[in-house]
Design a protein around this ligand. Structure first.
Ligand SMILES: Nc1nc2c(ncn2[C@@H]2O[C@H](COP(=O)(O)OP(=O)(O)O)[C@@H](O)[C@H]2O)c(=O)[nH]1
Ligand SMILES: [Mg+2]
Length: 284
């Protein structure tokens, strides 16, 4: 058996002492096969050998981002066997990507959920860098869904704990989006499209203006939305009628105090008045 084979064998048999003895000898023989080295790193992460994992990366120059034939990284292997200390080292010091996917599109969290490795799942979720709702290549399996299949284990309770903490402490930072433009331009239609694609929405306040112009009202319908692509926004659907321009300026001044905003100017390009109206809104 070659020295190289003996060394790999020690890693596979989880014989830490023998592995530590053989590693320097293998290096002395100048065995430069790239695959051999990251194979050892994957096995070492799987075995939870923090000292050997560190040596392989720092002394023997193994690439901690390297993937094997399955697309697994050393982080996948550490997660697979619940080795939190190795995972912490790989993420904090080697900047390994906790969202790295294998060939099926599974992250280390998918595998931790699959093999019911609660400590690994808890650590990965605690980094704030892992998405329990990340879909795999088939768009079907998320780590949370996998944990639900294994509902008899305590891994699911770990996911639920993080889920409930997250929903009881939402990021209460909303960007004001101001939807402006002339009447009939399509502002309310656009706001409904955005609202209908949101995760959740609340109509704020009571200054509603649906249809005609109501004198002496603000003429704004604000919606607080959590949108998957637009993020957390408060969408303000401004009435386009000129009677509202002065009150709109006052409201906009208040809205933008202390925070920025995004203006969406909606214009019916078929209308001749286009430039005139656009100018109106830009100067409000
Ligand atoms: N052809 C066309 N009609 C639209 C579009 N968006 C809105 N509309 C229509 O334009 C009219 C006015 O839309 P609305 O959203 O109420 O405009 P708002 O006054 O700016 O809020 C409605 O009849 C809509 O169905 C669009 O993109 N294309
Ligand atoms: Mg409208």
């Amino acid at each position: 058996m070659s020295l190289e084979d003996k060394c790999r064998d020690a890693f596979k048999k989880r014989d830490h002492k023998e592995a530590v003895r053989l590693l320097p000898l293998v290096e002395e023989q100048n065995i430069l096969k790239i695959i051999f080295w990251w194979d050892l790193l994957h096995l070492s992460s799987y075995n939870g050998w923090l000292d050997v994992t560190k040596d392989l990366i720092t002394k023997y120059h193994c690439d901690p981002h390297e993937k094997d034939g399955l697309g697994w990284t050393c982080l996948h292997y550490a997660a697979l066997n619940n080795h939190v200390d190795v995972m912490r080292y790989l993420i904090d010091e080697c900047h390994c990507d906790p969202m790295a996917v294998d060939r099926r599109g599974w992250t280390p969290l998918h595998w931790a959920a699959y093999y019911c490795k609660s400590a690994a799942a808890e650590y990965l979720l605690s980094t704030g860098k892992c998405d329990p709702l990340a879909e795999d290549n088939n768009g079907y399996y998320t780590p949370f869904a996998i944990a639900q299949f294994n509902s008899l284990t305590d891994t699911l309770s770990v996911f639920k704990k993080f889920g409930s903490i997250k929903s009881s402490h939402p990021i209460d930072s909303y960007v004001n989006v101001l939807l402006v433009g002339n009447p009939g331009a399509g502002k309310s239609t656009l706001s409904h499209v955005i609202k209908d694609t949101a995760i959740s929405s609340i109509v704020l306040g009571s200054f509603r203006n649906v249809g005609g112009v109501v004198p002496c009202t603000a003429g704004i319908i604000p919606y607080k939305l959590q949108h998957r692509t637009l993020g957390n926004i408060i969408l303000h659907d401004f009435a386009g009628h000129s009677e509202y321009y002065s009150s709109h300026s006052a409201v906009i001044e208040n809205l933008l105090q202390g925070s920025g905003g995004v203006f969406l100017i909606v214009v019916n390009i078929l209308e001749k008045e286009l430039l005139k109206q656009l100018h109106q809104w830009v100067t409000v």
